[in-house]
Ligand binder design. Structure first.
Ligand SMILES: CC(C)(COP(=O)(O)OP(=O)(O)OC[C@H]1O[C@@H](n2cnc3c(N)ncnc32)[C@H](O)[C@@H]1OP(=O)(O)O)[C@@H](O)C(=O)NCCC(=O)NCCS
Length: 179
């Protein structure tokens, strides 16, 4: 099992038993507002925790003191593999926002990516309306590299029309991280 440690957190692979904490996180409307899915049911979280426990892209972020899962990080190598580029994503339980936990855990993941996985570039995307998300990326020293206009939709309005979203693209290179 892959485990990373920070002052306050353990960042580890998922286990099927994480479903309850995952449910606490993903059943909140506010938390999933900008995600490509809607609030998740208990059954969906049972399935999701099982799937995540069988792949490397998702990390469980847990409080060191209590072992409670308070957030999840997505960190996936992009294709083509020879670009050595990873994409970062994150979703935290609303009860644990505004404590610096996302910054602390994502900093560790970036360090792990550049130092242990030999990442050359790390990228992230978010909706410009999702201010906490792009503020987090800027705290992590990622650079805003693009503003795509109405390039994507995840959800439909009440009349069945796509709700088009803009996207901010962010990135950081290894030499920028180390300097
Ligand atoms: C995106 C998300 C992870 C950001 O969470 P966050 O709580 O703002 O980020 P952090 O945990 O790093 O906390 C930083 C905040 O805590 C404050 N803070 C309090 N105590 C702190 C501490 N000990 N150390 C660092 N910061 C601390 C910081 O000042 C900062 O506040 P500010 O944004 O008002 O300046 C969160 O909003 C989320 O999960 N949203 C729902 C899912 C989502 O939209 N994901 C992104 C899709 S692109």
């Amino acid at each position: 099992m892959n485990t990373l440690e920070t002052d306050r957190l353990i960042i580890r692979n998922f286990s099927p038993t994480d479903w309850k904490d995952l449910y606490e996180c993903l059943s909140n409307e506010e938390v999933v507002r900008y995600e490509p899915y809607n609030v998740q049911s208990e059954d969906e979280c049972i399935e999701e925790a099982y799937l995540r426990s069988n792949e490397d892209a998702f990390w469980a972020v847990c409080l060191k003191d209590s072992n409670k899962l308070i957030g999840t990080i997505y960190f996936q190598r992009q294709e083509p593999l020879e670009f050595f580029t990873w994409e970062l994503g994150y979703v935290f339980n609303i009860l644990y926002h505004k404590n610096g936990y996302a910054t602390e855990s994502c900093t560790k993941i970036l360090e792990y990516g550049f130092n242990n996985l030999n990442a050359r570039r790390i990228v992230a995307m978010c909706n410009p309306l999702n201010v906490p998300s792009w503020k987090l990326l800027e705290r992590l020293n990622l650079r805003r590299e693009g503003h795509l206009k109405q390039n994507i939709f995840f959800k439909y309005d009440d009349e069945g029309n796509p709700i088009w979203n803009d996207t901010y693209e962010y990135g950081i290179l290894k030499h920028e991280w180390t300097s």
